[in-house]
Design a protein around this ligand. Structure first.
Ligand code: HMG
Length: 440
């Protein structure tokens, strides 16, 4: 079998933009640096009145299919990953397929459609499903359309409100892909957790501080599981390491954990030892809290080294470029991080063909997953056709009062009329219940 992976990627941002230091911070009576320096966020994307998870997902998929000249006949599977669905029966992929069928000559009658749910990690799980379906030889030469789409909204006044966002990513998974191939090794860290959940409710019940610790614990377990599966890793083995990014500063915490983990038993640990000592070994401790204290102190010292800073700036920082400006897109978040890295490499004229990415996905509830990807020679041509910057620049700024109206409008319990802030431009729009996703 030839390699399987991502052949094309497209993004669709919610068309409104809320500036956090200028609008959100003064309205909340907070220091703007809490958001810019503390969380690493500058602005968030929100859906306009006529946008929802279907229109954003369908618009991303349409751009991808038109640009790559992919017909419905070429697509054997459509999986949507979302945690914002309002339909407990029909998967969102059926609505998106219905919208796309209004544009293309053919239809998706033959395509297997589903919806994946496990908080933010569901997008990566949908990619896994596509990979397994192709690897099993059931695809009959067709590819899989994977769409991640969310309106990531929190209750107003919740600490998570600052991290909100809305948008979609469409990815085409195929044999002999242009952008990257998935490697088969994988690591999982998974445990039943209740720090972030939405039982029959639109907005999450979230214990924010604990959610950060749960993210890190599952990510550590996934790294350990990955190494049991694939062998020891080294920080310099990977050109980029995109992590799930609920807000960019979370990635700083994940990166230092990852670096510490990968440094263990390498030449790098010995190289750094004269300055910061050897890494504490769990097996040498009888008390877990003592070990935790010492490992935290080691990590603090490690992150102060020039070697760590250079690594972070080169391997991780470019993955949060888009996230700074759009907020948490839940299922799309790690896929935006990968796209950020690819876009950065394009802008810096770096040749990535043959380079490896280590991808750290996460979903509350809770599960982390680590896998490797190898970048393919066609990546540059493909990524140069994305219009991420144009989409982000075209967003309409809203002030805080307008943001509250937008938030109310997208609260499923409140049906209020909101005049759109922007004008649709050859895209699918939500125009009420009934036939959905009309293209204007
Ligand atoms: P908070 O209480 O608003 O903020 O909650 P804080 O007071 O903890 O401050 C945040 C950081 O800013 C801190 O840094 C402060 O020191 C710093 P840290 O200690 O973390 O290094 N800070 C400042 N820095 C500079 N100047 C200042 C200043 N003030 C404060 N003036 C919290 C933050 C993340 C808890 C909140 O935003 C939240 O609840 N978010 C939602 C949950 C979340 O995103 N959790 C992340 C892990 S779980 C996850 O990723 C899954 C998820 O995507 C869902 C899914 O999977 O479906 C959420």
């Amino acid at each position: 079998m030839t390699g399987v992976g991502i052949d094309a990627i497209e993004l669709w941002t919610g068309k409104l933009r809320l500036d956090l230091p200028e609008e959100f911070a003064p309205a909340k009576g907070e220091d703007p640096e809490k958001y810019t320096k503390g969380l690493g966020m500058f602005s968030s994307s929100f859906p306009d009145a006529y946008e929802d998870i279907v229109t954003m997902g369908a618009n991303a998929a349409l751009r991808l299919m038109e640009r790559k000249d992919i017909a419905p006949e070429d697509v054997g599977r459509i999986d949507v990953a979302t945690e914002s669905s309002w339909d407990k029966s029909k998967p969102i992929s059926t609505y998106i397929a219905g919208a796309l069928e209004q544009v293309f000559d053919g239809d998706f009658t033959h395509a297997n459609k589903g919806e994946r749910k496990f908080a933010c990690i569901a997008g990566t799980q949908a990619l896994d499903d596509a990979y397994n379906w192709i690897a099993a030889g059931r695809n009959r030469g067709r590819g899989a359309l994977v769409v991640t789409t969310d309106t990531a909204l929190y209750e107003r006044g919740d600490a998570g409100e600052a991290t909100q966002g809305a948008g979609a990513v469409a990815m085409y998974v195929s044999e002999d892909p242009d952008v990257l191939e998935f490697e088969s090794s994988q690591g999982i860290g998974s445990l039943d957790e209740t720090d972030f959940l939405k039982p029959n409710q639109q907005f999450p019940s979230v214990d924010g501080k604990r959610s950060v610790q749960v993210y890190l614990s599952r990510m550590r377990e996934a790294l350990e599981d990955f190494e049991r599966n694939a062998g020891d890793t080294h920080p310099d083995e990977y050109r980029f390491i995109p992590f799930h990014t609920p807000f960019p500063s979370m990635v700083k915490k994940a990166a230092r954990l990852g670096f510490r983990h990968m440094v263990r038993n390498t030449d790098l640990e010995d190289e750094l030892a004269p300055a910061i000592g050897q890494q504490p070994r769990e097996a040498e401790y009888t008390d877990w809290e003592d070990y935790e204290e010492d490992i935290q102190a080691y990590m603090d010292d490690l992150t102060e080294t020039d070697r760590y800073r250079e690594w972070y700036d080169r391997v991780v920082d470019p993955t949060v470029d888009i996230s700074h400006e759009v907020g948490n897109w839940y299922t799309s978040s790690v896929h935006i991080a990968r796209l950020s890295a690819l876009k950065h490499a394009l802008e810096e004229d770096v040749d990535l063909a043959g380079e490896k990415f280590l991808v750290g996905s996460y979903g509350s509830g809770a599960q982390a997953e680590i896998h490797e990807e190898t970048i393919q020679p066609g990546w540059k041509e493909e990524i140069s056709q994305n219009n991420v910057d144009e989409q982000l620049d075209a967003r309409q700024d809203i002030d805080f009062a307008e943001y509250e109206q937008v938030h109310d409008h997208h609260n499923l319990k409140k049906a209020n009329d909101l005049e759109p802030f922007t004008t649709p431009d050859g895209e699918f729009v939500f125009d009420g219940w009934g036939p959905m996703g009309e293209r204007q």
